[in-house]
Design a protein around this ligand. Structure first.
Ligand SMILES: [Fe+2]
Length: 301
């Protein structure tokens, strides 16, 4: 298996780059032709399953770069179950690419063969835990590796929820041995939308299971349900907000160095603009761990 510098990083090692960027189809040829890139790249496998030319370029890129697979169609939250044919298509791509990580969302997006374009929310209770745990087991059995489950962007809660999101994720880790992807931007915007403290959310997130971090741009829109209010939408359509960078530094202090992805899917800029955002993530990480080390030295002295 190829191992990214990011995954080799030990706590306190500040010279390894942690940040990767999402590799989208418009940038594929550029990267395949040898353009400079980030420490690692993340792709959506669904973009490559029915596109033989893109798949060929991806396999060429994966020979030279660490690649992570972020699925958008496995839908481990669907009551009807995971689409086994789709899972086998993902498995074949995993066998070919040998990714460093395979991740997907704590959400549902399919029902009775209909693929919806959204990642839909789940109530956090025992019934949902059993459904999601069964499907995570199924995915892990098929792929022969831990599945990395991402916290969703939230806009509403369910009266039927009996657990917090972090408690639900923690119990999912215990039952399945899965790993977690902490999307710091999702944590920030969910906290703002739902009225809780984003920093307390990071404090409660099961740090030992975090295999990856996401950072993406969000959009502020008027909340039609609340006069004068606003809602933050997970659009992945711009630069990362300063408030999310601050929360990222806090998450790094709690989790330690973790591979960190810049997610930018809509209004896609140049590849070099994505790399600049990744360089900012690496700079934040370096600064965070240098400060932590200096603080530890001061205490020891
Ligand atoms: Fe994400």
């Amino acid at each position: 298996m190829r191992v990214a510098a990011a995954t080799r990083a030990e706590h306190g090692a500040t010279d390894s780059r942690l940040a990767g960027v999402g590799l989208r189809l418009p940038h594929l040829a550029e990267v395949a032709a040898g353009a400079p890139t980030s420490a690692w790249l993340e792709i959506h496998p669904e973009n490559f399953l029915a596109n033989p030319h893109a798949r060929e370029l991806l396999l060429d890129i994966a020979e030279r770069h660490a690649v992570s697979l972020h699925t958008v169609g496995l839908s481990v939250g669907s009551v009807a179950g995971v689409d086994r044919e789709h899972l086998q298509r993902i498995r074949r791509l995993v066998d070919e690419v040998e990714p460093i990580l395979v991740s997907g969302h704590l959400a549902w997006s399919t029902h009775r063969g209909v693929y919806l374009n959204d990642l839909l929310p789940l109530p956090y209770n025992e019934e949902t835990l059993r459904v999601v745990a069964t499907h995570v087991h199924e995915v892990q059995d098929a792929l022969g590796r831990p599945y990395v489950v991402e916290n969703p962007a939230s806009y509403l809660g369910f009266a039927g929820s009996t657990r917090t999101e972090t408690d639900f994720l923690s119990e999912l880790v215990t039952r399945t041995g899965c790993q977690l992807l902490c999307d710091v931007s999702n944590a920030f915007l969910s906290a703002a939308n739902m009225g809780y403290d984003a920093y307390a959310y990071i404090d409660a997130f099961p740090a030992h299971a975090v295999a990856e971090i996401h950072l993406g741009g969000f959009t502020r829109e008027a909340d039609e349900a609340t006069p004068g209010g606003e809602i933050l939408i997970d659009t992945h359509a711009g630069a990362i907000a300063d408030s999310a960078w601050d929360l990222y530094a806090y998450a790094l202090r709690r989790f330690g160095p973790r591979p960190t992805l810049i997610e930018w899917d809509n209004d896609l800029p140049s590849f070099s603009r994505l790399l600049a955002e990744a360089a900012r993530a690496d700079a934040v990480a370096t600064d965070t761990f240098n400060r932590a080390r200096a603080h530890a030295h001061a205490l020891a002295g």
